[in-house]
Design a protein around this ligand. Structure first.
Ligand code: UD1
Length: 371
């Protein structure tokens, strides 16, 4: 029986860990899962709502690190995670994605000689000004098992001289959550609450990357595009707390009030409400990583408001278009995506990734029981 600590920290982690923990509970003779929440995200709508919606068990430990600079946050996670690892002596620690908690726990374990598996390994934007890119690079170097969501990710790892026997192509575990929860999400009344029920056309926006929201200029360029897109269909914007704060600081909240129902800013949504909302949209605009994948899985046209993406497969095999933050380009591509939608699905985005992850852990364990 393998004792496995599953680490969650921030919003995009919860939907990746939920199917893994559930699969481990189903295979209780083989796995004893624990969940550790670092507390990187702590607001009810950024954390608790996801535990509820995804039926994640209460964390076995909550580290309560909260917000801070990157160094403060990373250090706080390491300091508080180390005693848990000492006390629990896990066979494996699973980290997912690319947030600061991912890197902190991988580094902590690597130094303690505890084996780490990284889920969503090998993604690269090749933009080292993104904190997530640094987290991805270092986490992959330190991990004993690299579980990749797409073939390009494996190629990236091999190009960085990571030995092939550490890499397993398992598919996209976030899509497991998406398919599992679709039916429950259909019970959400969020579309009706927002006045976009009964087949009404609308777009959904999410925006939180520091490069887009921490400076006024890109934020204003994006807002100008949204105002033009809003002439064709209403845009609903569940705003990350970081973005809301910036909009207030820059005096840009009035742009939403002025456009009222065409450009609607709302509180962040839980998993099921957000799934219900974006799955009915004619268009999604985002700077999130995960939403590029979720829209591809459901064949919803997606514009990514960034200059690069670590998920190129959503462009080559999906609905995604990389459009940057130029007002004219965003508007032109939005209208083109509405008029010419396209769809296809990357390999192994089939809702079965969690079981392949568990099998890869067992296989690795049989090959090399002690580090
Ligand atoms: C983090 C991740 C990012 C991920 C995003 C998803 C890193 C480096 N970044 O960015 O990869 O896409 O989560 O949301 O790990 N805040 C709250 N309540 C919360 C959490 C945060 O108000 O529950 C506010 C705080 O003011 C905080 C700010 O948001 O300072 C930023 O939070 P932080 O976790 O540092 O980064 P995110 O921008 O959320």
């Amino acid at each position: 029986m393998l004792k496995v600590i599953n680490v969650v920290g921030a919003r995009p982690n919860f939907m990746k860990v939920a199917p893994i923990v559930e699969a481990m509970r189903q295979r209780a003779t083989e796995f004893a899962p624990l969940v550790v929440h670092t507390g990187q995200h702590y607001d009810a709508q950024m954390s608790d709502a996801f535990f509820r919606d995804l039926a994640l068990p209460e964390p076995d430990a909550y580290l309560g690190v909260g917000s801070g600079s990157h160094a403060e946050q990373t250090a706080a996670v390491m300091q508080r995670f180390e005693p848990i690892v000492i006390a629990e002596k896990p066979d494996w620690v699973i980290v997912v994605g690319d947030v600061n908690s991912t890197l902190a726990c991988a580094l902590c374990c690597a130094k303690m000689g505890v084996r780490v598996a990284h889920v969503e390994a090998g993604l690269r934007s090749r933009d080292r000004s993104m904190p997530e890119e640094l987290n991805r690079l270092v986490t992959d170097q330190l991990s004993d098992l690299l579980l990749t969501p797409s073939p390009d990710a494996g190629a990236n790892l091999l190009a960085e001289n990571i030995p092939g026997e550490r890499i397993r192509f398992v598919g996209n575990v976030m899509i497991d959550s998406l398919y599992t929860q679709l039916e429950r999400a259909n019970r959400s009344t969020i579309r009706e609450e927002l006045g976009v029920g009964r087949g009404k056309d609308y777009a959904v926006l999410t925006l939180h990357r520091p490069a887009n929201v921490d400076d006024r200029a890109p934020l204003e360029r994006i807002l100008s595009a949204l105002e033009q897109i809003g002439t064709r269909l209403p845009v609903i914007f569940p705003a990350h707390p970081r973005t809301r704060r910036r909009l207030e600081e820059f005096g840009l909240m009035e742009r939403f009030a002025a456009h009222d129902s065409r450009l609607r800013l709302i509180e962040p949504l839980g998993y099921l409400d957000f799934l219900r909302l974006f799955s009915g949209a004619k268009l999604v605009l985002t700077d999130s990583g995960g939403i590029q994948e979720e829209t591809t899985a459901l064949s919803i046209p997606c514009l990514t408001l960034r200059e690069n993406t670590e998920r190129p497969i959503t462009i080559t095999h999906g609905t995604n278009r990389l459009v940057g933050t130029d007002t004219g380009t965003i508007t032109r591509e939005a209208f083109d995506a509405l008029d010419h939608p396209r769809a296809s699905l990357p390999p192994l985005w089939d809702g079965q990734a969690a079981d392949r992850i568990l099998n890869a852990l067992l296989e690795k364990e049989m090959m090399n029981p002690k580090r």
